[in-house]
Design a protein around this ligand. Structure first.
Ligand SMILES: [Zn+2]
Length: 487
């Protein structure tokens, strides 16, 4: 299936941003997030950052570059979304009082009818919305493949290219239909051999292992309650043979924990371990219900976690032990999760949510997570989940020029930034003081307006407007697709 391309903005040339606060997120750890500048510069050339620092850009930096005045703004690395199901944009607002299993049971019969054009419309709208909330790299975990349709996986990849985001599509699969004791209807599950072949084909066609890649594919069977142990094991072997990363859902709800203990005589984490699904090449969505042994095992094996606070709260699933995971050395990224379980899908909002839910859950209360740690989750933690530390998630020379420039001089943000003083530090490396704390304004405050979003040095958002696709047309397309799916 072919989809029309929008005209690209075509000015990804050299660029200098000056006079802005900068949080580089270039530190060694989540509790030491690195250098910050009160009024600094970022120089971009050839899609990469060539200079970052305090004061004006060096004389002669990027000759002929476009210059952007960042006065009143905070520059951060572009945010990284580590878990999503873009097609669910079409089924928001349903099953409002349901827990995960009931919610899935209500929605599967609708999703069974989805086609490539609908996925493309939902992905364009969803990725456009993500870009407008500061996201420069997103995943999409797609596991609904109606029989005979071969264009569904490609449809989201085409949408990401149009919107201009770096994209990590995760080829999902399910082989445990209702008749075999699973949750999904039989017509939407694949046979194990069929799923393995289609996943290998998706990697062969779309995965780009080269530095600076715009598309990298992960192997991602859906979850332990919709996938057989045979397929989970063979998918892990396939991914490792192809040199790509592994992703799935794990330990999301109490129901899943009980199901796993009942059917496998294991906790979800023990079961994943037994299947070869813990390791440095694995990132797992949710991980709400982990015991101490599981946290230790994740740390020892180098397994990463995609934390999805809004979705977990919406479905009443619980709150992941983020503080414990971070202290154990487990990389944790942020995810908006599917549009039908988060309903919001703004990644900047997840910084705020992560901060709040960690403080509600933990006996350490307000010390459970700082504003800078929340920003670390959305940047460095995300890069670790996707195996891209050293490429994205921090602002330093040589990194890809994925940059978000937030306005923190609005009425709401300015008040937080300027009032943040030495008596209210938001983290060990906080520069809060008489000149304020723009990171606190970004994370504690309402979502900040986006002045500029660069992906590989190319502007995708400018002054709050998407530059790559017509958002009104995307909204019309997604409305039409939703109506078609509902009939
Ligand atoms: Zn999910």
């Amino acid at each position: 299936m072919a989809f029309a391309a929008d005209p690209q903005p075509g000015h990804g040339g050299p660029l200098v941003i000056e006079n802005c606060a900068i949080a580089t997120m270039d530190g060694p750890r989540h509790d030491d997030t690195g250098a910050e500048h009160r009024s600094g510069h970022i120089v971009v050339s050839g899609g990469r950052i060539t200079a970052v620092g305090e004061g004006s850009a060096p004389a002669g930096a990027a000759a002929g570059a476009r210059r952007i005045d960042g006065t009143g703004c905070l520059a951060t690395p572009g945010l990284i979304n580590t878990h999503h199901h873009l097609y669910q944009w079409l089924t928001q607002g349903r099953a409002q009082q349901s827990s995960l299993f009931d919610w899935l049971t209500e929605l599967y019969p609708v999703w069974v009818r989805i086609d490539a054009a609908q996925v493309h419309a939902a992905a364009t709208a969803g990725l456009g919305w993500l870009a407008l909330s500061g996201c420069t790299t997103s995943t999409d975990h797609h596991y609904i493949f109606p029989p005979g349709d071969r264009g569904v996986f490609e449809a989201a990849i085409t949408a990401a290219a149009r919107v201009g985001l770096r994209f990590h599509p995760c080829r999902g699969s399910m082989d445990l239909g209702r008749s075999a004791g699973g949750l999904p209807p039989d017509e939407v599950v694949e046979g194990p051999d069929e799923a393995l072949a289609a996943t290998a084909e998706a990697v062969r066609r779309f995965h780009d292992p080269s530095p600076g890649a715009m598309v990298r594919v992960a192997v991602a069977p859906c979850s332990p309650f919709s996938v057989s142990s045979r397929l989970m094991r063979e998918m892990a072997g396939l991914a490792r043979g192809l040199g790509v990363r592994l992703h799935t859902h794990l330990a999301e709800t109490r129901e899943e924990d009980a199901y796993c203990r009942q059917t496998r005589a294991r906790t979800p984490a023990e079961y994943a371990d037994e299947l070869g699904w813990l390791g440095e090449d694995v990132w797992l969505a949710h991980c709400v219900h982990l015991d101490e042994a599981a946290v230790k095992r994740f740390a020892v094996t180098g397994t990463s976690v995609a934390h999805c606070p809004t979705s977990n709260a919406r479905l009443g699933a619980g709150i992941a032990p983020v503080r414990q995971l971070l202290r154990a050395g487990v990389p944790v990224g942020l995810g908006v999760d599917g549009s039908a379980s988060s309903e919001g899908t703004t990644l900047a909002g997840e910084l705020h949510q992560a901060l709040l839910v960690a403080r509600v859950r933990d006996e350490h209360g307000p010390a459970a997570l700082s504003a800078r740690q929340a920003l670390w989750l959305g940047t460095r933690g995300g890069a670790a989940c996707l195996g891209r530390t050293g490429e994205i998630g921090a602002l330093r020379p040589g990194m890809l020029a994925d940059v978000a420039l937030w306005r923190v001089d609005t009425l709401a943000h300015d008040a937080i930034a300027r009032n943040a003083g030495p008596s209210s530090p938001s983290g060990p490396s906080s520069p809060s003081g008489p000149d304020g704390d723009p990171v606190a304004a970004l994370v504690f405050g309402p979502p900040a307006p986006l002045e500029l979003l660069l992906v590989g040095g190319t502007p995708v958002v400018e002054r709050g407007e998407l530059r790559t696709v017509d958002i009104s047309a995307a909204a019309r397309d997604v409305r039409a697709a939703r109506r078609r799916l509902a009939t």
